[in-house]
Ligand binder design. Structure first.
Ligand code: E4P
Length: 218
């Protein structure tokens, strides 16, 4: 499973990149706004740090013409830019046009299997179902990922399932068990993945015992 980081914070992107496991970045207007910096400054910073892996940038228009105009602008910012488009009728129409122009897309705000079918049929590069926001309203987010995976496999759709709105490590584990292609993960959750109390206790004990070993080479 590929690991994307879900952030516009350059320090978090650098930290995830340093781990050596980063396969891409996803942003959205909320994450960009959180930085408090001008849009183009944030994007330039991210693309400089990640010049060769997919970076999703979201359009702000909701009508077809506006989305196409913004998609063309954003796609010129870097060869690795993926255009994030909301899952609406106009959005799906824009995806179809962008696919025909060879521009990569990430269909966002997917909350149902019927929406997923539309995005996959349109040929989206990535589809982002939001598991955490479904959990928030007492729907099982991961059930949606299972359904989308079955539909994808039934018809051999090429769209990559990008599990989004991840809130905790179990979301990552479940996404991997289902066989999702990508998980876009907040930095806090990436760091949590490595944590286990038995690892901490075990390491402490090994280090204590290491002190007793005579004539150590290091
Ligand atoms: C995905 O690309 C979205 O940016 C993101 O995962 C949304 O997560 P949230 O529901 O925690 O805002």
């Amino acid at each position: 499973m590929k690991f994307f980081i879900d952030t516009a914070d350059i320090e978090e992107i650098k930290a995830a990149k340093d781990m050596g496991l980063l396969d891409g970045v996803t942003t959205n207007p909320t994450l960009i706004a959180k930085t408090g910096k001008p849009f183009l400054d944030v994007v330039e910073e991210i693309l400089k740090e990640i010049p060769d892996k997919p970076v999703s940038l979201e359009v702000a228009s909701t009508d077809f013409e506006g989305m196409m105009k913004e998609a063309e602008y954003l796609s010129k910012l870097g060869d690795n830019v993926v255009i994030k488009i909301p899952l609406t009728v106009d959005g799906i129409r824009a995806v179809k046009h962008l696919v025909d122009e060879g521009i990569k897309t990430n269909v966002t705000l997917c909350f149902s299997p019927n929406q997923a079918i539309l995005a996959m049929k349109a040929g989206a590069t990535y589809l982002s179902p939001f598991v955490g926001r479904l959990d928030d309203i007492a729907h099982e987010g991961m059930e949606l990922i299972r359904q989308i995976k079955t539909i994808k496999d039934n018809y051999n759709f090429k769209t990559e399932i990008l599990v989004a709105s991840i809130r905790h490590p179990m979301h990552v584990v479940e996404a991997a068990l289902i066989g999702a292609d990508v998980a876009t993960i907040p930095y806090k959750v990436i760091a949590q993945l490595a944590k286990h109390p038995l690892t901490d206790i075990g390491l402490e004990r090994f280090l204590k015992d290491w002190e007793k070993v005579p004539e150590k080479p290091f």
